[in-house]
Design a protein around this ligand. Sequence first.
Ligand SMILES: *Cc1c(COP(=O)(O)O)cnc(C)c1O
Length: 422
Amino acid sequence: MTASNSHDRALRERAEVVIPGGMYGHQAVGLLPDDYPQFFSRAEGARLWDADGHELIDYMCAYGPNLLGYGHKGVNDAYIRQMGIGDSMTGPSGLIVDLAEAFVGMVTHADWAMFCKNGTDATTMALVTARAHTRRKTILKAKGAYHGSAPWCTPRTAGTTPEERAHQIHFEYNNIASLEAAVAEAGDDLAAIFAAPVMHDAFVDQILPDPAYARRVRELCDKTGALLIVDDVRSGLRVARDCSWSIVGVEPDLSTWGKCFANGHPISALLGNDNARKAASAIYVTGSFWFQAAPMAAALETLKIVRESDYLEHIQGLGERLRAGLAERASAAGFGFRQTGPVTMPLFLFDDDPDMRLGFRWCSAMLERGIYTHPWHNMFLCAAMTPADIDQTLAAAEGAFKVLKAEAPRLEPVPKLAFLTA
Ligand SMILES: *Cc1c(COP(=O)(O)O)cnc(C)c1O
């Protein structure tokens, strides 16, 4: 890789001059192995090409948006057709009603839908709706859960005020005692409980929801009149064709959606039940691009494929194949290799690797073999992947475990991850 990353390096140098820090947010420079490309030139199906033309099977799927495959023809045809008809207009096209009906028909708890651009728009609208509905301030969130990058929820507090982050209490995911203590602390001021559908935090094992915990969240909301919000921006459509908590039999009042439901086109959504309808019509939320018709056409086509194809069973089957194959190869090589989260959204961490030197080296070895994995963030499968892609990934993994076995005793700590063990 090092021999031929000259385009990427040149772009990085230029970016450093004209983009603060060289890049920002989850693309900020420095938290991936040094040989990872920062820039990409092309994407098709399950594959990505970096700025230097290396072909990679992509297990990040644009951090979620790629559900059916990059450049999906049916979805893009719908998008392009609508671009020719009308996209940004003085008001929405009728597609917004079609799309709201599609969601209400598909998501059990939903009686209505509102559309926006990013997941952060949707989670912020959910927060405001809950406070408008209850006329209370306090929200509960699971410790470490990501809900977006607005001042109330951004994981880095630079530039935010304590006031913007006030009225929030954190509890341990899946821990009923901790949840109940937080509810008690909120007293008569509880507006909402934000529930991550799965604990999919960075740097730690993923945790699936315990049905008893999910039911307790629902009971406590019913008892206090607070709204239950499931943030499905990341998990939506990768564990169910309904809200993700349908798998534990719990219906929220509000759910937030984004990333993948237009297969990469910019649109997100807040869905709600009749209980929250009045508050949702009282708040003022909007954006110049929120009514664009072309992403709605793409979303309608994506949801049609979601309803009518076996995309979900397909990615679940591939996820099982990947998980079983990796477990076998890791154990043959003598590594404790933890694979957590839904099989369609896996995260891999090595045992006895507090500073992630093993994970970093393994990912680099995968990259050298044409596979883009992530050392500490959950990954995603897409429906364009095939069993042959999984087998190519497993063959690469066998090589990567060998490299790791040979080099493990000599690996140095990763300086940029020193904060993990500080
Ligand atoms: C990505 C994400 C968001 C924020 O979505 P953006 O489109 O990046 O604003 C919110 N919640 C969860 C769970 C996410 O994964």
